[in-house]
Design a binder for this molecule. Structure first.
Ligand code: CP
Ligand code: NVA
Length: 308
């Protein structure tokens, strides 16, 4: 298995399933009293160039539940590539900690960290992808439907980092992935090309649309995310003009499968990409999904550097 956790595309379906199965086991164990100290004495260094609630707290708590510890390094302290070269940071930090989790602006920076680090590097979100989120998303879908195979996932909104990882995990595990997004906000072609290769092996179907109504027809999962990702703040006004037809509201949800679940990686911009009615409504899986970050990441951590 790959030493680092940088992208869903780096793993075989079997390896992804191994991590998910472990997460399912650890979640059950945690609920019935606690986890064994599979990461006893291990420390995860967490580099953040952007804000975070879920990623920061769920990684920290995952380490604690497994007998380890986590160290938070804020943007001001590290100054990734500004105060110090990434190659130096990676070589210094990997002498202190047992694994590094990093949230960065440029995907290249994660690759650079991984290149120079002697310990596993975990991608906690870049401008290209968000693989830890996709693992929690798959876990949530599997808990609800018992499988990923044949599940119709409709992503409504920006073809962003979250969409890339969701598309890849769907294509790897045999779920059908449809996206409806405005022109100019397509998923980057290199990610789509890779997805087609994975889909050819799993039997997953990929569909790229402009019309959100067409996209949600027969959907078991409707997924949305912010219209403006971190780092794109200057484009926010323009995006707010283009994206309103892509709002996930009660009308759109009513056009999907009657047992549809609605997902959002959070943070949500209520009243923009999702309405309160939907976020707090009977189809919402938002908080289970957020909580599953904790359990999904335990599977990743233990597989990368624990005693499974
Ligand atoms: N979904 C997610 O990664 O949330 P945070 O930005 O709060 O970590
Ligand atoms: N697409 C969002 C996800 C946040 C978890 C962003 O990059 O800001």
């Amino acid at each position: 298995m790959n030493k680092h956790f940088i992208a869903i595309s780096d793993f075989t379906p079997q390896e992804i399933w191994e991590m998910l199965d472990l997460s399912i086991r650890l979640k059950k164990e945690w609920r019935s009293g606690g986890n064994p100290p599979l990461l006893k004495g291990k420390v995860l260094g967490m580099i953040f160039q952007k804000p975070s609630l879920r990623t920061r707290v769920s990684f920290d708590m995952a380490m604690r539940h497994l007998g380890g510890d986590a160290l938070y390094l804020s943007p001001n302290e590290i100054g990734l590539g500004k105060r110090e070269a990434i190659s130096d940071i990676a070589r210094v930090l990997s002498g202190y900690v047992d694994a590094i989790m990093a949230r960065v602006f440029e995907h290249q920076h994660i690759l650079e960290l991984a290149k120079w680090s002697s310990v596993p590097v975990i991608n906690g979100l870049s401008d290209y992808n968000h693989p830890c989120q996709a693992m929690a998303d798959a876990l949530t879908i599997i808990e609800k439907f018992g499988t990923m195979k044949g599940i119709n996932i409709a992503f409504i909104g920006d073809g962003n980092n979250v969409a890339v990882s969701l598309m890849h995990i769907a294509a790897k595990l045999g779920a059908n992935f449809t996206i409806a997004n405005p022109e100019g906000y397509d998923i980057t072609p290199v990610a789509v090309e890779a997805a087609y290769k994975f889909a050819a092996e799993s039997g997953s179907k990929l569909t790229f649309l402009r019309d959100p109504h067409e996209a949600v027809r027969n959907a078991h999962v409707i997924y949305t995310d912010t219209w403006t990702s971190m780092g794109q703040e200057e484009e926010a006004q323009q995006r707010e003009k283009v994206f309103p037809p892509y709002q996930v509201n009660a009308k759109l949800v009513s056009e999907a499968d009657r047992d549809v679940i609605v997902m959002h990686c959070l943070p949500a911009h209520r009243g923009q990409e999702i309405t309160d009615e939907v976020a707090d409504g009977p189809h919402s899986a938002l908080f289970t999904q957020a909580h599953n970050r904790l359990h999904a990441q335990k599977g990743i951590l233990v597989k990368l550097f624990g005693k499974a």
